[in-house]
Design a protein around this ligand. Structure first.
Ligand code: COI
Length: 333
């Protein structure tokens, strides 16, 4: 198998080298580039390409050129597959696989970290400490305890389930909404409807894939229905939340805070360094000033286990497809 892995970084390369050593018949090559119209030609001569990127692949030329090189498989190294234009993938008979099980715990543990950071008011505590050398235990810094909280999960797939198990283990009441209910999950979560999750959650956390019909799923109406002491955690996809309405809800104290690993427009800031607030896109300028809001750079997934499994699982499927076997993780859209 000759595979070209786009979006390569040194920490992923370790596992690419490992694969090449363990599979002498394979040749995995890498490029730091995104897969786009300007870089697709690098794929000529390969059997398969693999990507891990947040930029949409929306240019028909990419799919058309891959097909013309005889490449009929894009092996995503991500859980999410919203970067793919499925009209073009179908038109050019390009199979898409993803890696939904690289580490649900990675995102779940990050969600737990976000919840505890918000609940224990570490945002304002750190702001007082770092900016003002202020170590006063103000009444506004008093916390709640996690076992008294209701954690509401929208999207109870692999990641949502791992989140539910963790919070349940800490004694929290866990409620969740999903189109598909798994009876096995009822050991640690109570399924309910979307509106009840919104209204009853002290910590509302999103774990659904991005589909066009659920863009802006959390907007002004939901913020008004949420408890004004509630926290929002989004480590799923930015467009699930209406950023404008989120800013208004925080300014009007309709909710108490937010942890955002993803946000609409994140392509403009993730993997970039800025020298002043004025350089940030407008929405970020507003939110970054708020001590009850924390951003992480789309890093909820980013653990050693995830990075290793992304390579292994994507390349396993690449090999299976080339050998005429069914992939383990086909994406059906
Ligand atoms: C995913 O796996 O879906 C992620 O969000 C990771 C990202 C770097 C694409």
């Amino acid at each position: 198998m000759k595979a070209l892995l786009y979006n390569m970084t040194p920490e992923q390369k370790v596992y690419v080298d490992e694969w090449n050593k363990e599979h002498p018949d394979d040749d995995l090559e890498t490029t730091n580039d995104e897969l786009e119209a300007g870089t697709v030609e690098q794929a000529k001569g390969f059997d398969v390409v693999s990507v891990l990127q947040i930029f949409d692949i929306n240019d028909e030329e990419v799919y058309q050129k891959l097909a013309s090189y005889g490449i009929n498989h894009i092996a995503l190294r991500s859980v999410g597959f919203n970067i793919i234009n499925f009209d073009y993938a179908h038109k050019y008979h390009i199979l898409i696989t993803n890696t939904p099980a690289y580490s649900p715990r990675a995102v779940a543990e990050n969600t737990l970290t976000s919840a505890m950071y918000l609940l224990r008011k570490w945002g304002p505590i750190l702001k007082n400490e770092k900016e003002d050398l202020n170590f006063i235990r103000e009444a506004s810094l008093m916390s709640d305890e996690i076992y008294n909280q209701t954690v509401g999960i929208i999207g109870v797939g692999r990641i949502g389930t791992a989140v539910a198990e963790m919070f349940h283990a800490l004694g929290a009441r866990v409620i969740g909404y999903d189109l598909i209910e798994n009876p096995a999950n009822e050991a640690f979560l109570k399924y309910t409807d979307f509106d009840t999750v919104i209204k009853e959650a002290d910590i509302l956390t999103l774990h659904t894939p991005l589909e066009p019909e659920i863009e802006n799923m959390i907007s002004a109406k939901q913020f008004k229905e949420m408890k004004n002491t509630a926290y929002l955690i989004n480590a799923a996809r930015g467009p699930l939340v209406n950023t404008h309405d989120l800013i208004a809800a925080l300014q009007n104290q309709e909710i108490a805070g937010a942890s955002l690993d993803v946000m609409t427009g994140e392509e403009e800031i993730v993997m970039k360094k800025f020298t002043s607030i004025s350089e940030l896109p407008e929405d970020y300028r507003e939110l970054v000033k708020m001590p009850n809001v924390v951003f992480t750079p789309h890093s909820a997934y980013y653990t050693k286990t995830s990075v290793k499994n992304m390579i292994k699982q994507s390349m396993t499927d690449a090999k299976r497809v080339l050998n005429g076997q069914k992939p383990v993780y086909p994406v059906e859209d």
